[in-house]
Design a protein around this ligand. Structure first.
Ligand SMILES: *Cc1c(COP(=O)(O)O)cnc(C)c1O
Length: 348
Protein backbone atom coordinates (compact mmCIF):
# COMPACT_ATOMS: atom_id res chain seq x y z
CA UNK A 1 0.00 0.00 0.00
CA UNK A 2 1.00 3.58 -0.51
CA UNK A 3 2.13 5.30 2.66
CA UNK A 4 3.94 8.62 2.40
CA UNK A 5 5.66 8.12 5.74
CA UNK A 6 7.46 5.06 4.34
CA UNK A 7 8.86 7.12 1.50
CA UNK A 8 10.06 10.16 3.43
CA UNK A 9 13.63 10.47 4.61
CA UNK A 10 13.83 10.23 8.41
CA UNK A 11 15.40 13.66 8.83
CA UNK A 12 12.55 15.17 6.81
CA UNK A 13 9.81 13.44 8.85
CA UNK A 14 11.01 15.35 11.89
CA UNK A 15 12.11 18.51 10.14
CA UNK A 16 11.07 21.80 11.67
CA UNK A 17 11.07 24.11 8.65
CA UNK A 18 12.58 27.59 8.68
CA UNK A 19 9.95 30.02 9.80
CA UNK A 20 10.41 33.31 7.97
CA UNK A 21 9.22 36.67 9.23
CA UNK A 22 6.75 36.74 6.34
CA UNK A 23 5.25 33.38 7.23
CA UNK A 24 4.99 34.11 10.98
CA UNK A 25 3.10 37.35 10.50
CA UNK A 26 0.24 37.29 8.04
CA UNK A 27 -2.18 39.93 9.41
CA UNK A 28 -2.54 43.59 8.43
CA UNK A 29 0.08 46.14 9.53
CA UNK A 30 1.48 49.38 8.18
CA UNK A 31 4.97 49.32 9.63
CA UNK A 32 7.09 46.27 8.99
CA UNK A 33 10.11 46.06 11.27
CA UNK A 34 10.19 42.28 11.53
CA UNK A 35 12.39 41.06 8.67
CA UNK A 36 15.48 43.30 8.67
CA UNK A 37 14.50 44.60 5.27
CA UNK A 38 15.57 48.06 4.15
CA UNK A 39 12.72 50.55 4.75
CA UNK A 40 14.67 53.25 2.86
CA UNK A 41 14.15 51.53 -0.49
CA UNK A 42 16.63 50.53 -3.16
CA UNK A 43 18.38 52.03 -6.20
CA UNK A 44 15.50 50.83 -8.38
CA UNK A 45 12.51 53.10 -8.97
CA UNK A 46 10.26 50.21 -8.04
CA UNK A 47 12.00 49.29 -4.83
CA UNK A 48 11.80 45.52 -4.40
CA UNK A 49 12.92 46.02 -0.83
CA UNK A 50 10.47 43.52 0.72
CA UNK A 51 10.71 39.75 0.75
CA UNK A 52 8.23 38.04 -1.59
CA UNK A 53 5.36 35.77 -0.55
CA UNK A 54 7.08 32.48 0.36
CA UNK A 55 4.06 30.44 -0.77
CA UNK A 56 3.18 32.54 -3.85
CA UNK A 57 -0.54 32.48 -3.08
CA UNK A 58 -1.70 34.98 -5.68
CA UNK A 59 0.13 33.15 -8.45
CA UNK A 60 -1.20 29.79 -7.24
CA UNK A 61 -4.79 31.08 -7.15
CA UNK A 62 -4.57 32.13 -10.76
CA UNK A 63 -2.89 28.87 -11.76
CA UNK A 64 -5.55 26.99 -9.84
CA UNK A 65 -8.30 28.46 -11.98
CA UNK A 66 -6.40 27.78 -15.21
CA UNK A 67 -5.38 24.21 -14.36
CA UNK A 68 -8.47 23.28 -12.32
CA UNK A 69 -6.26 22.08 -9.49
CA UNK A 70 -6.87 23.32 -5.90
CA UNK A 71 -4.23 25.65 -4.43
CA UNK A 72 -3.10 23.12 -1.72
CA UNK A 73 -2.15 20.72 -4.53
CA UNK A 74 0.24 23.18 -6.21
CA UNK A 75 3.96 23.71 -5.53
CA UNK A 76 6.05 26.31 -7.34
CA UNK A 77 9.77 25.88 -7.92
CA UNK A 78 12.58 27.94 -9.36
CA UNK A 79 12.03 26.09 -12.63
CA UNK A 80 10.89 22.47 -12.68
CA UNK A 81 14.52 21.72 -12.04
CA UNK A 82 14.06 22.91 -8.47
CA UNK A 83 10.93 20.74 -8.12
CA UNK A 84 13.05 17.73 -9.14
CA UNK A 85 15.78 18.61 -6.65
CA UNK A 86 13.29 19.17 -3.81
CA UNK A 87 11.75 15.73 -4.47
CA UNK A 88 15.18 14.10 -4.17
CA UNK A 89 15.96 15.96 -0.97
CA UNK A 90 12.63 15.07 0.62
CA UNK A 91 12.38 11.40 -0.36
CA UNK A 92 15.78 9.91 -1.21
CA UNK A 93 18.30 8.92 1.45
CA UNK A 94 21.75 9.78 0.02
CA UNK A 95 23.92 6.71 -0.51
CA UNK A 96 20.98 4.40 0.09
CA UNK A 97 17.96 5.02 -2.13
CA UNK A 98 17.53 4.86 -5.90
CA UNK A 99 15.21 6.14 -8.62
CA UNK A 100 14.28 4.79 -12.04
CA UNK A 101 14.64 6.79 -15.23
CA UNK A 102 13.91 5.71 -18.79
CA UNK A 103 16.57 6.95 -21.23
CA UNK A 104 16.68 8.58 -23.67
CA UNK A 105 15.08 11.26 -21.52
CA UNK A 106 15.62 14.60 -19.79
CA UNK A 107 19.11 14.80 -18.28
CA UNK A 108 18.25 16.61 -15.05
CA UNK A 109 16.74 13.52 -13.38
CA UNK A 110 20.16 11.91 -13.45
CA UNK A 111 22.22 15.03 -12.67
CA UNK A 112 20.02 15.86 -9.71
CA UNK A 113 20.35 12.24 -8.51
CA UNK A 114 24.15 12.47 -8.65
CA UNK A 115 24.12 15.79 -6.77
CA UNK A 116 22.04 14.17 -4.05
CA UNK A 117 24.13 10.95 -4.02
CA UNK A 118 21.12 8.89 -5.10
CA UNK A 119 21.69 6.01 -7.48
CA UNK A 120 19.99 5.72 -10.83
CA UNK A 121 18.49 2.64 -12.40
CA UNK A 122 18.27 3.23 -16.12
CA UNK A 123 15.57 1.22 -17.87
CA UNK A 124 15.80 2.22 -21.55
CA UNK A 125 12.71 2.90 -23.59
CA UNK A 126 11.81 0.38 -26.29
CA UNK A 127 13.02 1.06 -29.87
CA UNK A 128 9.70 2.86 -30.49
CA UNK A 129 10.43 5.06 -27.46
CA UNK A 130 7.76 3.56 -25.22
CA UNK A 131 8.01 2.30 -21.64
CA UNK A 132 9.35 -1.23 -21.12
CA UNK A 133 6.90 -1.92 -18.31
CA UNK A 134 8.11 -5.45 -17.35
CA UNK A 135 11.71 -4.18 -17.19
CA UNK A 136 10.63 -1.25 -15.01
CA UNK A 137 8.77 -3.60 -12.68
CA UNK A 138 11.83 -5.86 -12.51
CA UNK A 139 14.08 -2.92 -11.64
CA UNK A 140 12.02 -1.78 -8.65
CA UNK A 141 13.46 -2.71 -5.25
CA UNK A 142 12.80 -1.72 -1.63
CA UNK A 143 14.91 1.40 -2.02
CA UNK A 144 13.30 2.67 -5.23
CA UNK A 145 11.64 5.91 -4.14
CA UNK A 146 10.67 7.50 -7.45
CA UNK A 147 10.13 6.70 -11.12
CA UNK A 148 10.59 9.60 -13.55
CA UNK A 149 8.46 9.48 -16.69
CA UNK A 150 8.62 12.26 -19.24
CA UNK A 151 5.60 12.62 -21.53
CA UNK A 152 5.85 14.05 -24.14
CA UNK A 153 9.42 12.87 -23.83
CA UNK A 154 12.53 14.98 -24.31
CA UNK A 155 14.45 14.38 -26.65
CA UNK A 156 12.24 11.94 -28.58
CA UNK A 157 9.11 14.13 -28.73
CA UNK A 158 6.54 11.34 -28.42
CA UNK A 159 3.98 10.81 -25.67
CA UNK A 160 4.18 7.67 -23.56
CA UNK A 161 1.20 5.30 -23.75
CA UNK A 162 -1.30 6.30 -21.08
CA UNK A 163 -2.14 2.67 -20.22
CA UNK A 164 1.54 1.95 -19.45
CA UNK A 165 1.73 4.93 -17.10
CA UNK A 166 -1.48 3.79 -15.42
CA UNK A 167 -0.09 0.28 -14.86
CA UNK A 168 2.90 1.81 -13.05
CA UNK A 169 0.74 4.22 -11.04
CA UNK A 170 -1.49 1.35 -9.93
CA UNK A 171 1.20 -1.19 -9.06
CA UNK A 172 4.10 0.78 -7.63
CA UNK A 173 3.91 2.44 -4.24
CA UNK A 174 6.73 4.92 -4.61
CA UNK A 175 6.27 8.28 -6.31
CA UNK A 176 5.55 8.36 -10.02
CA UNK A 177 6.76 11.69 -11.35
CA UNK A 178 5.29 12.56 -14.75
CA UNK A 179 7.12 15.44 -16.37
CA UNK A 180 4.65 17.23 -18.63
CA UNK A 181 6.91 20.13 -19.66
CA UNK A 182 5.61 19.83 -23.25
CA UNK A 183 1.99 18.85 -22.56
CA UNK A 184 0.54 22.02 -24.15
CA UNK A 185 1.89 20.98 -27.55
CA UNK A 186 0.39 17.51 -27.31
CA UNK A 187 -2.91 16.01 -28.46
CA UNK A 188 -2.95 13.91 -25.32
CA UNK A 189 -4.60 14.67 -22.03
CA UNK A 190 -2.60 15.76 -18.99
CA UNK A 191 -2.68 13.68 -15.81
CA UNK A 192 -3.54 16.73 -13.65
CA UNK A 193 -7.18 15.73 -13.36
CA UNK A 194 -6.16 12.31 -11.97
CA UNK A 195 -4.57 13.55 -8.73
CA UNK A 196 -7.47 12.33 -6.61
CA UNK A 197 -7.08 8.81 -8.06
CA UNK A 198 -3.39 8.36 -7.34
CA UNK A 199 -1.79 9.33 -3.99
CA UNK A 200 1.64 8.53 -5.50
CA UNK A 201 1.32 10.85 -8.51
CA UNK A 202 3.45 13.97 -8.96
CA UNK A 203 3.06 16.00 -12.16
CA UNK A 204 5.65 18.53 -13.26
CA UNK A 205 4.84 21.36 -15.63
CA UNK A 206 6.67 24.58 -16.43
CA UNK A 207 6.16 28.11 -17.69
CA UNK A 208 9.41 27.81 -19.69
CA UNK A 209 8.01 26.25 -22.86
CA UNK A 210 4.42 26.94 -24.02
CA UNK A 211 4.19 30.07 -21.88
CA UNK A 212 7.50 31.37 -23.22
CA UNK A 213 8.79 32.45 -19.79
CA UNK A 214 12.01 30.46 -19.44
CA UNK A 215 13.86 33.49 -18.03
CA UNK A 216 11.50 33.82 -15.05
CA UNK A 217 12.34 30.33 -13.74
CA UNK A 218 8.93 29.11 -12.65
CA UNK A 219 8.04 25.43 -12.63
CA UNK A 220 5.05 23.70 -11.09
CA UNK A 221 4.47 20.45 -9.27
CA UNK A 222 0.93 19.11 -8.79
CA UNK A 223 0.40 16.38 -6.20
CA UNK A 224 -1.57 15.38 -3.10
CA UNK A 225 -1.75 17.96 -0.35
CA UNK A 226 0.53 15.86 1.87
CA UNK A 227 3.25 15.65 -0.78
CA UNK A 228 3.00 19.39 -1.46
CA UNK A 229 3.29 20.14 2.27
CA UNK A 230 6.53 18.15 2.43
CA UNK A 231 7.91 19.97 -0.62
CA UNK A 232 7.06 23.31 0.97
CA UNK A 233 8.96 22.33 4.12
CA UNK A 234 12.08 21.45 2.13
CA UNK A 235 12.24 24.29 -0.39
CA UNK A 236 14.25 27.48 0.17
CA UNK A 237 11.86 29.97 1.85
CA UNK A 238 11.74 32.60 -0.92
CA UNK A 239 12.33 30.43 -3.96
CA UNK A 240 10.27 32.48 -6.43
CA UNK A 241 11.45 36.07 -6.49
CA UNK A 242 9.12 39.07 -6.48
CA UNK A 243 9.62 40.24 -10.11
CA UNK A 244 8.96 36.70 -11.30
CA UNK A 245 5.77 36.45 -9.25
CA UNK A 246 4.56 39.81 -10.60
CA UNK A 247 5.36 39.01 -14.22
CA UNK A 248 3.81 35.55 -14.01
CA UNK A 249 0.60 37.06 -12.63
CA UNK A 250 0.47 39.39 -15.61
CA UNK A 251 1.27 36.66 -18.12
CA UNK A 252 -1.35 34.27 -16.77
CA UNK A 253 -4.05 36.76 -17.87
CA UNK A 254 -3.03 36.26 -21.49
CA UNK A 255 -4.06 32.66 -21.94
CA UNK A 256 -5.70 33.36 -25.31
CA UNK A 257 -2.46 34.74 -26.70
CA UNK A 258 -0.55 31.73 -25.39
CA UNK A 259 -3.03 29.32 -26.94
CA UNK A 260 -2.64 31.10 -30.26
CA UNK A 261 1.17 30.77 -30.05
CA UNK A 262 0.80 27.07 -29.28
CA UNK A 263 -1.39 26.64 -32.37
CA UNK A 264 1.24 28.42 -34.49
CA UNK A 265 4.10 26.34 -33.11
CA UNK A 266 2.22 23.08 -33.72
CA UNK A 267 1.38 24.16 -37.27
CA UNK A 268 4.97 25.24 -37.88
CA UNK A 269 6.22 21.92 -36.42
CA UNK A 270 4.21 19.95 -38.96
CA UNK A 271 5.33 22.21 -41.82
CA UNK A 272 8.97 21.90 -40.73
CA UNK A 273 8.65 18.10 -40.58
CA UNK A 274 7.33 18.15 -44.14
CA UNK A 275 10.22 20.31 -45.41
CA UNK A 276 12.82 18.20 -43.59
CA UNK A 277 11.43 15.03 -45.16
CA UNK A 278 12.41 16.39 -48.59
CA UNK A 279 16.09 16.67 -47.65
CA UNK A 280 18.24 13.88 -49.06
CA UNK A 281 20.31 13.02 -45.98
CA UNK A 282 17.38 13.09 -43.56
CA UNK A 283 16.59 9.48 -42.68
CA UNK A 284 13.80 9.81 -40.16
CA UNK A 285 11.66 12.47 -38.53
CA UNK A 286 10.07 11.16 -35.38
CA UNK A 287 6.46 12.12 -34.64
CA UNK A 288 6.40 14.93 -32.08
CA UNK A 289 3.91 16.07 -29.46
CA UNK A 290 6.35 18.79 -28.35
CA UNK A 291 7.89 22.01 -29.69
CA UNK A 292 10.87 20.23 -31.22
CA UNK A 293 11.62 17.46 -33.69
CA UNK A 294 14.03 14.58 -33.29
CA UNK A 295 15.59 14.06 -36.69
CA UNK A 296 17.84 11.21 -37.78
CA UNK A 297 20.40 12.16 -40.46
CA UNK A 298 23.28 10.38 -42.22
CA UNK A 299 26.04 12.07 -40.24
CA UNK A 300 24.72 14.08 -37.30
CA UNK A 301 28.10 15.44 -36.22
CA UNK A 302 28.90 17.00 -39.59
CA UNK A 303 25.39 18.43 -40.07
CA UNK A 304 25.60 19.90 -36.57
CA UNK A 305 29.00 21.47 -37.37
CA UNK A 306 27.82 22.85 -40.69
CA UNK A 307 24.75 24.47 -39.12
CA UNK A 308 26.86 25.90 -36.32
CA UNK A 309 29.23 27.48 -38.86
CA UNK A 310 26.13 29.06 -40.40
CA UNK A 311 25.10 30.50 -37.04
CA UNK A 312 22.33 27.99 -36.36
CA UNK A 313 22.61 25.94 -33.19
CA UNK A 314 20.61 22.74 -32.77
CA UNK A 315 21.12 19.97 -30.22
CA UNK A 316 23.34 17.06 -31.15
CA UNK A 317 21.84 14.02 -29.42
CA UNK A 318 23.81 11.43 -31.39
CA UNK A 319 25.72 10.19 -28.33
CA UNK A 320 22.50 9.40 -26.49
CA UNK A 321 21.18 5.84 -26.28
CA UNK A 322 18.66 4.99 -29.06
CA UNK A 323 19.36 8.38 -30.69
CA UNK A 324 22.28 7.51 -32.95
CA UNK A 325 22.82 10.25 -35.57
CA UNK A 326 19.92 12.27 -34.20
CA UNK A 327 19.62 16.02 -33.91
CA UNK A 328 16.98 17.67 -31.76
CA UNK A 329 15.68 20.76 -33.49
CA UNK A 330 13.48 23.27 -31.68
CA UNK A 331 10.64 24.67 -33.79
CA UNK A 332 11.49 28.33 -34.36
CA UNK A 333 9.59 31.17 -36.00
CA UNK A 334 8.57 30.68 -39.62
CA UNK A 335 11.57 32.76 -40.74
CA UNK A 336 13.99 30.83 -38.54
CA UNK A 337 12.71 27.51 -39.83
CA UNK A 338 13.02 28.73 -43.43
CA UNK A 339 16.61 29.74 -42.79
CA UNK A 340 17.32 26.33 -41.28
CA UNK A 341 15.83 24.53 -44.29
CA UNK A 342 17.72 26.62 -46.82
CA UNK A 343 21.02 25.97 -45.00
CA UNK A 344 20.30 22.24 -44.94
CA UNK A 345 19.51 22.32 -48.66
CA UNK A 346 23.00 23.73 -49.26
CA UNK A 347 24.50 20.49 -47.91
CA UNK A 348 22.71 18.38 -50.46
C1 LIG B 1 12.61 22.19 -20.58
C2 LIG B 1 12.23 21.08 -19.68
C3 LIG B 1 11.85 21.35 -18.36
C4 LIG B 1 11.75 22.77 -17.88
O1 LIG B 1 12.63 23.07 -16.92
P1 LIG B 1 12.50 24.49 -16.18
O2 LIG B 1 13.50 24.30 -15.09
O3 LIG B 1 11.10 24.62 -15.69
O4 LIG B 1 12.86 25.54 -17.17
C5 LIG B 1 11.45 20.30 -17.55
N1 LIG B 1 11.42 19.05 -18.03
C6 LIG B 1 11.75 18.77 -19.29
C7 LIG B 1 11.64 17.38 -19.79
C8 LIG B 1 12.19 19.77 -20.14
O5 LIG B 1 12.55 19.46 -21.39
Amino acid sequence: MFNLDNLLRNNIKNLVPYSSARSEFSGKASIFLDANENSYGSPLSKWYNRYPDPLQLEVKEKLSSIKHVPVPNIFLGNGSDECIDVLYRAFCEPGNDNVITTPPTYGMYEVSAHINDVSIKNVPLTPTYQLDVPAIEAAIDDHTKMIFLCSPNNPTGNSLHREDIEIILNNYFGLVVIDEAYINFSRHRSFVQELAEYPNLVILQTLSKAWGLAALRVGMAFASQEIIEVMNKVKPPYNINQPSQELVLKALDEIEQVNETIRQIVQEREALAGRLAEISFVEEIYPSDANFLLVKVKDARSVYRFLLDSGIVVRDRSKVILCENCLRITVGTHAENQELISKLQEIG
